[in-house]
Design a protein around this ligand. Structure first.
Ligand SMILES: [Zn+2]
Length: 314
């Protein structure tokens, strides 16, 4: 298995949001990547500057950030060529690794714009190194900056940040400090390409949890009424786990539940209702074996919600 650690730099409408192209709010202008083997050793690097076609001037805030001139971009290659080269270079059997969750999404959105999304079929599963860094060193999925993590791990900072290839290299170095077991058991499922029909719905089993992405519904309520969406099957044996805390939501976006599998104990449920680009709703469900701590956290969320309802009624 290869690890392909990549980083993108993108541009946005130089004249402000009102002139933004809704199909392409962020236009990728640079791809940098590092390929690692099983032992996290760098085996190759990849770098392309991309000639833009949507925004013909670099947004001020971005120019200061990425140190790229518009002149540099003019000598770049077309996006389609850069991505085909990149996917060829990735080889077979690899997993994408990125800092945060935005790069995998923007890559797909740009590929869709150029009609080449079929080259990266769903489900797209990757390692979010930012989340893994949080889990390993802070005990939860935090959202630290790449610079913070680099300093925390005393990684040599002689390269500049915000050049795609350098950021990919920093991310690769951070990844090499994360336990293999954590990487293996905490993959991230990207939701940009979510199912449109029942037939396309995604069910995935990972070592510690299962994932389900539903088709689209006209409302959150319709989604939550669907039997497949609100089912809670044990992530280990797949049998129906009996609900002990019914699905509830403190914020109308994330729903929680607790169930019990006769054989494997407590099962936690989390459904995030997401809005699609065409204003429809789909469910992103995670079912996992829950610890005592997980359960008391869910129960205290429910208590807080009940208290809030009481006070707002008064
Ligand atoms: Zn079970």
């Amino acid at each position: 298995m290869n690890y392909v650690v990549f980083d993108l730099e993108w541009n946005q409408s130089p004249n402000g949001k009102q002139y933004s192209n809704p199909q392409m709010p962020f236009e990728i202008i640079e791809i940098g990547a590092v390929r690692l083997n099983d032992d996290f050793e760098v085996t190759d690097t990849f770098h392309r500057i991309i000639r833009p076609t949507v925004y013909h001037w670099i947004h001020n805030s971005i120019r200061d950030l990425i140190h790229v001139n518009y002149r540099d971009l003019k000598s770049g290659v077309p996006f389609t060529e850069a991505v085909m080269d990149f996917l060829d270079w990735c080889d077979y059997e690899y997993i994408f690794c990125t800092w945060g969750n935005q790069d995998v999404m923007e890559l797909q959105r740009n590929m869709k714009y150029y009609g080449m999304l079929h080259l990266l079929p769903a489900p797209v599963i990757y390692s979010n190194v930012q989340a893994l860094f949080g889990l390993q060193f802070e005990g939860e999925e935090t959202c630290r900056s790449l610079e913070h993590a680099t300093e925390f791990l005393n990684i040599d900072k002689e390269m500049d940040f915000h050049r795609a290839i350098n950021d990919a290299m920093f991310t690769a170095k951070i990844l090499s400090h994360i336990s293999f077991d954590l990487i293996r058991t905490h993959p991230t499922l990207d939701v940009y390409q979510h199912p449109e029909s029942k037939k396309e719905e995604i069910h995935l089993n990972f070592p510690l949890f299962s994932k389900y992405l539903s088709r689209e519904f006209v409302s959150r309520e319709k989604a939550m009424k669907d039997r497949e969406v609100n089912s809670t099957r044990c992530p280990v044996c797949g049998s129906s786990a009996r609900r002990t805390v019914r699905w509830f939501t403190p914020n109308n976006r994330i729903y929680y539940s607790v169930s019990r599998c006769a054989e494997h104990g407590s099962v936690g449920g989390k459904i995030r209702i997401r809005k699609s680009e065409d204003d429809l709703y789909f469910a992103d469900k995670t079912i996992y074996l829950a610890s005592e701590e997980d359960i008391s956290e869910i129960k205290s969320k429910r208590e807080a919600m009940k208290q809030q309802k009481k006070t707002s009624k008064k």
